[in-house]
Design a protein around this ligand. Structure first.
Ligand SMILES: C[S@@+](CC[C@H](N)C(=O)[O-])C[C@H]1O[C@@H](n2cnc3c(N)ncnc32)[C@H](O)[C@@H]1O
Length: 363
């Protein structure tokens, strides 16, 4: 059954938008949308899935890229109750045909919002199965233009099918204009290596892809709050030389690397001369963001220090701490990092990741 098809051509109002977030971050995303996109009114929501109505005004794609707590942002096409691949294509085909006047190919993203289950965030088996079922029914006129896999290329047009717990299919569309928007549901797909020292490997591997930092063979890095060593492993696998700072034990698999050196102790107790050659710092201490920022500031503002980029977690012990993020960003910029981004990555739990870069970089 097709309900409220709300077909849009990108110009009509009202327009509807779908957002996803980690279930625990719903209040933070709502607050962010209220502040950044005041032309949007909250409509239906369930768990980590939120729908909004746009009453007017313009929404720039850059507004979505700046959202910290949104996993995915999708413009609505309509919804199907008791969805079927055939019903999906009936509803989606006009939108696709319009888009394909300007572009060659399109991609299909089938996903479910966070249901609060255990385990790492990932596409559900049902979403994977539906991807193939829907692909198999693609109308002949569109078949050659549909990408065979769900990972979109940069800038590609994507159709979304969001399957919620009650079985409804929410149809939408978005442009794959960032790393996460190229992945169904904004869920970055990663499987840790068998020797991963900790689950922190996931968030730093994702963070390094997201930041685009050019960490390469011989890059000099420091990892503050390194134990047991997942983040350091993500750096070491790129050929970096890593100083790992932590009072706690580092995993033997990390200590074995000739490119890793453990400085045992709290960051406050170490000589700053240890970091003179450091160009990249990652940090992941289980402390309040203000402590992490104090520690980083103390290093990067020292004379003779030439740090080019920072990638670090800011722990949100309560969601109210999300309100302080804009002030943190201003503080990081005041150290000379002119590009600062913050996002709750797929593998960040009660925390966000910050990436700060000096560009151009002069020693
Ligand atoms: C979440 S764990 C880090 C996980 C690690 N990044 C990984 O990749 O496996 C937090 C770590 O911060 C460390 N830590 C807390 N305060 C610290 C400080 N002042 N200086 C250095 N490390 C600290 C703790 O000892 C702990 O090992």
């Amino acid at each position: 059954m097709i309900l409220s098809p709300q077909l849009t051509d990108g110009e009509q109002t009202p327009r509807y938008w779908y957002f996803s977030t980690a279930r625990g971050s719903v209040p933070a995303l709502k607050a962010e949308l209220k502040q950044r996109l005041p032309q949007m009114r909250p409509s239906y929501s369930s768990g980590g899935f939120l729908t909004y109505k746009q009453d007017g005004g313009t929404v720039l794609p850059s507004s979505f890229r700046k959202l910290i707590f949104a996993g995915a942002c999708v413009e609505a096409i309509g919804k199907l109750v008791g969805g079927s691949p055939k019903g999906f294509w009936e509803m989606a085909a006009p939108t696709v045909q319009r888009e394909l006047k300007q572009r060659q190919r399109f991609c299909l993203h089938v996903w479910s919002p966070d249901s609060g289950g255990r385990g790492e965030p990932a596409l559900t088996p049902e979403a994977r199965r539906l991807f193939y079922e829907i692909t198999a029914e693609v109308p002949a006129a569109l078949a050659e233009r549909l990408e065979p896999t769900p990972e979109a290329r940069e800038g590609e047009f994507c159709l979304d099918v969001i399957v919620t717990a009650d079985g409804t299919w929410w149809l939408g569309r978005h442009r794959a204009d960032s790393l996460h928007r190229r992945c169904p549901g904004g869920l970055f797909p990663l499987t840790p290596p068998p020797d991963a020292a900790s689950r922190a490997w996931l968030k730093f591997e994702e963070g390094l892809w997201w930041s685009g930092f050019p960490i390469a063979v011989g890059s000099r890095c420091a990892d503050i709050g390194a134990a047991p060593g997942g983040g350091s492993q993500a750096l070491l696998s790129r050929g970096a030389e890593v100083i790992g700072v932590d009072p706690a034990e580092i995993a033997p698999s990390v200590l074995r690397s000739p490119n890793f050196r453990h400085l045992r102790g709290k960051i406050s107790a170490l000589r700053r001369s240890e970091f003179l050659k450091t160009r990249w710092i990652i940090a992941d201490m289980n402390v309040a963001p203000s402590y992490t920022l104090d520690a980083l500031e103390e290093i990067v503002l020292r004379p003779k220090m030439a740090v080019r980029g920072l990638l670090f977690t800011m722990k949100l012990f309560s969601l109210a701490m999300a309100a302080d993020i804009p002030a943190h960003i201003r503080r990081i910029k005041s150290w000379g990092f002119n590009q600062v981004r913050v996002r709750q990555l797929t593998f960040n739990h009660q925390e966000v990741m910050a990436a700060a870069l000096k560009k151009p970089f002069r020693r």
